[in-house]
Design a protein around this ligand. Sequence first.
Ligand code: BGC
Length: 771
Amino acid sequence: MTGDESSAATVAGLSVPQKASLCLGSDYWHTAGVSEFGIEPVMLSDGPHGLRKQPQPGEAPGLYGSVPATCFPTASALASSWDPALAREVGAALGLEARAQGVAVVLAPKINLKRSPLCGRNFESLSEDPFLAGRMAAAIVSGLQSQDVGGCVNHFAANNQETDRMRVSADADERTLREIYLPAFEHVVTAARPWLVMCAYNKVNGTYTSQHRWLLTEVLRGEWGFDGLVVSDWGAVHDRVAALIAGLDLEMPPNLGVSDRAIADAVAAGDLAEEVLDQAAGRVIGLVRRARRRRPATVDVTAHHELARRAAAQSMVLLKNDGVLPLAGAHGRTVAVIGELARTPAFQAGGAPVSPTRVDVPLEELTTALRPATVRFAAGYTLGGAATRSQAELTQEAVQAAAGADVAVVFLGLPPGAETEGFDRTSIDLPAAQTGLLAGLARAVPDTPLVAVLCNGAAVATTWDHHASAVLECWLAGQAMGAAVADVLTGLVSPSGRLAETIPVRLADCPSYLNFPGEQGRVRYGEGVFVGYRGYDAADLPVAYPFGHGLTYTSFSYRDLRIAQAGSADAGDLTITVHCVVGNTGSRSGREVVQVYVGDPAAAVARPPQELKGFAKISLEPGAEREVTIGLTARDLSYWSAAHRRWVLEPGEFRIAVGASSRDIRLAQTIIVAGSPPALPLTASSTLTEWLADPAGGPALRAASGTGPFAGILTSDELVRDLGPFPLPVLAVFGLGITPEQVSELLAAIPAPPGAPGPGPAPRPDADISG
Ligand code: BGC
């Protein structure tokens, strides 16, 4: 008997109330058990960057306390490693900690795209790019599940802001959803088979995602083959029966006495087919069975801290360096370490904080790592709370510490509470006290090079970076950030992170700027597919630091781009293989992230100039070279056609570019992909031009015209040009030789337009938004 069959057999013996109870949790963190049938409850706990297991089963949600766990780098950091193997290791370590705590499912990873740098949960999200987010998320899930602990990708879908997140409607057209907001989910579901998917709080095109049948059933299960359990975000269910019918299996936390009764009443009234309930209850039992494979474990806390340190170091992005880095500790040298964040590190943000097993303090770690150099510290600013000294006094102290030092390392970043679940930021600026401090130091100690070290979960403006000789973006890099930053600054580890999100020059440049965070219950995704670098590139805007950027302590050469095609677009088995040779031309070992971008310069729809479709992170010793091979598929060249309701690959030219960042393209070639152009599906409003272009419609129209006057029109280029934009039924009433009856016959012979209803239209302005 398969797992599904045995779950179904168990369900067959259950009563409606028992099945209803399974579709609700039993408390804040547990599913319900049915002891007579040997079904035990299982525990779900928060991630994503560390286990947040609350100590007592069912403890009230208001308590933030959780058992100690390793706080790994947050998602914006880990994604910047561009290293799926590392993400898998972190996922496996998280899974092991869950095993040790008897937790069956970790609510991770969060894979919503960074539509705006203002989103309060960007620190927990992976990227502005769906390809990178999908690859990193799949690695995290496969690591977690290698421990027989379930992954739960969230929040499905289009949860890209915190403002009004419990009910806002994300209004996006289907192409935007298919190309930007869904592919990371699609990749994780198809490649890593997560045990669970969590819906979001928000609506998509007017329907709560918890009740969105197109999302939860048609796309997730029907198209992607998801075979796991759909759980609500905590409190996202509004109508339990409607949610069940749409495909939401488990409500968390349970609305006990209300949702279970609603389900039982709906079955009794015939409003809910019992098979729907059976299926959802069966999936909960399936989860319980999967969780039974989990074996107890013990955690090597030190080894996990070391992994957190390695992951943090690999995630840091060296934005700028005039050669001041790496720092070397040497007798007689003096290093000023400035900034309260060096003493009070920022390594995770609000929402669901992890209780770290220990915390490395950058100031202490640097002091040790730089020995025998002298380290002088000044706080330079406060992180809120009661100030005992004025900012002028703090700046003066910092100037004194930096005066005469060989270098000053200035820690800058966002204060506690600036980024958190539940709120969006309103600005991307660092606190004025910090930027003022940096400018003050640059003025007062011009002979001391300044190294800025950034600690923030989402992009911050870097308009101050001309004051700094080097800028290292650490993100919120977890509990071992302090040791990791010392590793990178001193050169023990060569930086190898790359930006997973663009750092804009100005907030107003962001593609979503005019449509974020929406108003009156709606947010219009007006920039469409032009999210992140896709938008900056299309508008040809300068950015502070581009997507994919990151320096190392060495340099790399690229040569010999070769692109091979196999299969064919028409047969649907086209593959493209991109080869090039990358060499380390510097004097230190280092890691390069080779990035492949695809562009379709002439397309029937507006497409981003380039899109990431492949990458590889490689290590090279000085002088070494390596051939890199990256595969592409037809889908990587395609766009989602609203007219065809499917992915469409238009034959013709494509630009394949290989680079060290989206704006540091080293090699590029134009290739020609052969194939038949996709015909637009003909409808009652198709124009004469569209009929003539259609491989079946054109000949049918010509045949219907016979040798009459309309056939004569079709032989004149000039007339076809002038009449081409007219829909055929309109021409039929012009008395040009084709009759309305002939057009009706032609229309009757064409196939029905493709596809079932999509994600729903953007709601009418006067539609009910209360949900
Ligand atoms: C968050 C989820 C989280 C859940 C349980 C919700 O408010 O959106 O990400 O998993 O709470 O803590």
